[in-house]
Design a protein around this ligand. Structure first.
Ligand code: FE2
Length: 343
């Protein structure tokens, strides 16, 4: 059976996805760099990707039940991301392309997060992309993936991780923060409080953009002052997610679209999902939330968009002219694969 393979390596995850020519995801294997202390050191992450690459690749082939010879084309994420990690993914993809004698396709990671929404039914969504490095509201309008709002400073995931570090939680910290926030809510309910106490944090929405540095400063002060981590985690989630949902709602109103898609690792947070769902219900929009393994960085979404590009004749054997673009913005991507895609 002929397949497309997708390689993801923009940040802490090395992922390999295998997609059939009919668009069916046959395998989605990943291995992510984690650490108990500190954040991501790009060269260490690159070394991680180099170490696990072949193993993840083999596992994916096995899971899909295919042989190397079945691979028709190799897609890899060339943008945006940490340069050392992107380079590792590209060198892996090029080596395989040469060895297997197949063409290659460079895929924009952010666009792949949006396009994979199609597999859960989204047709023309506004995407709230909330991950470590990225926080954007994106939609396809007028032939381009346009950014309607974004963070003015930190990516929401990196911001939450930085506060998690100050609280002594490991990396990534999102799951721990969610657990602490839930604990606080339960505690307050036990104390028969109708609405859990909400510490006041600087709610910072500027036009369609958001900013987290003010909250970061305030929360660091609260941690130093010895405020209960659970109470901080609760206020952090409520405030930050309300900001994201507010700009997502405004983008829906502005574009006239009636579908919201969530993407990115922070999208795995069930409180954020709940707030999105409530907002969509209130305005009669549909909410699409891919499963966690497609929300977080993964090779399947790279393979899935790679397939569309491959079918549009965009694969190349000219490896010399394929390069990484660590800073490419979503709205710089030329959408050559499908004219009316998500129009
Ligand atoms: Fe991502």
């Amino acid at each position: 059976m002929k397949c497309i393979i997708g390689i993801e390596s923009t940040a802490h995850t090395f992922g390999v996805g295998i997609v059939g020519l009919d668009g069916k995801i046959l395998a989605n294997i990943k291995d992510s760099y984690t650490t108990k202390e500190g954040g991501m050191i790009p060269l260490e992450v690159r070394a991680h990707h180099a170490k696990v690459g072949e193993m993840v690749f083999e596992k994916a082939l096995k899971e899909a039940g295919i042989l190397e010879e079945d691979l028709e084309c190799i897609a890899f994420s060339n943008a945006p991301g940490l340069a050392p990690c992107l380079l590792e993914g590209m060198s892996f993809a090029k080596k395989k392309a040469v060895y297997l004698g197949i063409p290659i396709i460079a895929v924009n990671h952010c666009v792949a997060h949006l396009v994979i929404g199609e597999t859960c039914g989204a047709k023309s969504p506004v995407m709230l992309y909330a991950s470590g490095a990225n926080t954007q509201i994106v939609a396809f309008v007028g032939g381009k993936f346009r950014i309607f709002g974004e963070t003015l400073d930190l990516g929401v995931g990196n911001f939450i991780d930085s506060l998690g570090r100050s609280m002594g939680l490991g990396f990534p910290a999102g799951v721990q923060i969610q657990k602490l926030a839930l604990e606080f809510e339960k505690l307050e309910t036990k104390n028969k409080v109708l609405e859990p106490r909400l510490l006041e944090l600087p709610y910072s929405v500027k036009g369609m953009d958001v900013s987290f540095s003010g909250i970061q400063t305030k929360v660091r002060g609260l941690i130093e002052a010895g405020v209960d981590n659970r109470e901080i985690a609760y206020a952090l989630q409520e405030t930050v997610f309300a900001m994201l949902v507010e700009v997502a709602e405004r983008a829906l109103a502005h574009t006239g679209k009636n579908e919201l898609l969530i993407g990115g690792g922070v999208g795995c947070n069930s409180r954020l999902q709940e707030m999105c769902r409530v907002m969509c219900e209130e305005r009669g929009a549909r909410f699409f939330c891919p499963p966690n393994d497609l929300l977080t960085d993964n090779g399947a979404m790279i393979g899935y968009l790679g397939l569309k590009m491959f079918q549009a004749g965009l694969a190349t054997r000219d490896l010399e002219n394929v390069d990484i673009k660590p800073r490419e913005r979503t709205d710089e991507v030329e959408v050559l694969w499908q004219k009316n895609f998500f129009g």
